[in-house]
Design a protein around this ligand. Structure first.
Ligand code: GLN
Length: 317
């Protein structure tokens, strides 16, 4: 039998701190090149020179570089928490109202929704996230507080909250989101009042966290669905694999193919400039740089994660 040559990846001896510091230097020239989201006026005020990156490993280590203590608006990253909360409470029933296919269109596009009779392509585009938000309104007694409690437990904390200025700014200018939810309601895919759905949606998008908190809060997706901070089962194995599959195929909108190609990790981005990604069985990595590329993903953030998987030789492939 011919000898099989294997290429070893020595996770244990990996110097994550040094790798993060190298990445911070290498992405620095990109920080000014992206465009801060300005369709939500409160986000337009954020300094594009911010950069932070954190790694949380399943063996309990944390590594940070840059402004990893600075909180920022997590925006669409929150769609993972709301999806997990609904998936964990309702199971496969949620797929009667939402698809599991990449959209190939911008996150707030209306086009497919009309062609596909009010069934959003996936839970990570805005229309899909609003259907999930509607489910949470029906499940929870105190939706905002209950969702915040859920996020805090995932991060192993109790002080994660909402930036009300960002939520109000988004509400004031959220014309497209209002159009989406009205359209969904016209197709009977929203049970609650439109105002309530928009309110909870804008609030969860306006959650603020820093990169360290984000990395810690996604660790359960690298841990077979078990919250490593308290041992609680959030999702079963099968649900966890599926959640990661959805992040890989739909987590960065119409850049999901490019993200898989360059980074090779299931991940989720937000227009606040954050991205979180996981290597199942090993770690969660998060990055923040507010300047966005044309698809609405952090320009330096995608590059930082690509450098991370290149330098560590990690990938889900
Ligand atoms: N709250 C934002 C919106 O609804 C979220 C978009 C995003 O982060 N991609 O437009």
């Amino acid at each position: 039998m011919p000898k099989i040559h294997t290429r070893s990846i020595e996770n244990n001896s990996m110097n994550y701190q040094q790798i993060l510091e190298e990445i911070a230097v290498e992405v620095n020239p990109l920080l000014n090149k992206g465009k801060v989201a300005d369709y939500i006026p409160a986000l337009a005020e954020v300094d594009p020179n911010n950069f932070a990156m954190s790694i949380a490993t399943l063996d309990g280590q944390l590594y940070n570089v840059g402004r990893s203590n600075t909180k920022f608006s997590i925006q669409s990253i929150s769609k993972v928490y709301s999806l997990v909360a609904a998936f964990s409470a309702l199971g496969t029933e949620i797929w009667n109202r939402i698809g599991k296919e990449p959209s190939g269109t911008p996150f707030n596009s209306l086009i497919q929704l009309e062609q596909e009779c009010g069934i959003p392509r996936n839970p990570f585009i805005n229309a899909g996230a609003m259907v999930i938000t509607d489910m949470l309104l029906s499940i929870y007694d105190h939706p905002k507080n209950d969702l915040l409690d859920f996020v805090n437990a995932l991060a192993g904390q109790n002080d994660i909250g909402i930036d009300k200025t960002v939520a109000q700014s988004e509400k004031k200018y959220g014309f497209k989101n209002a159009a989406l939810v009205n359209f969904l309601k016209s197709h009977d895919n929203i049970d609650n009042e439109i105002e309530e759905v928009l309110d909870l949606y804008f609030c969860h998008c306006a959650i603020t966290m820093n990169t360290e908190e984000l990395a810690k809060s996604f660790l359960f997706l690298a841990n077979g669905g078990v919250n490593p901070h308290n041992g609680q089962v959030i999702l079963n194995h099968s649900q966890t694999k599926r959640l990661n599959a959805l992040m890989l195929t739909c987590g960065t909108y119409d850049e999901a193919g490019e993200f898989a190609f360059r980074v090779g990790m299931p991940g989720k981005s937000g227009v606040g400039g954050g991205i979180v990604a996981v290597i199942p069985g090993t770690l969660a990595a998060s990055v923040w740089s507010p300047g966005l590329n044309q698809k609405g993903n952090s320009l330096a953030g995608v590059q930082a994660l690509e450098l991370f998987t290149t330098k560590t030789k990690m990938s889900v492939f």
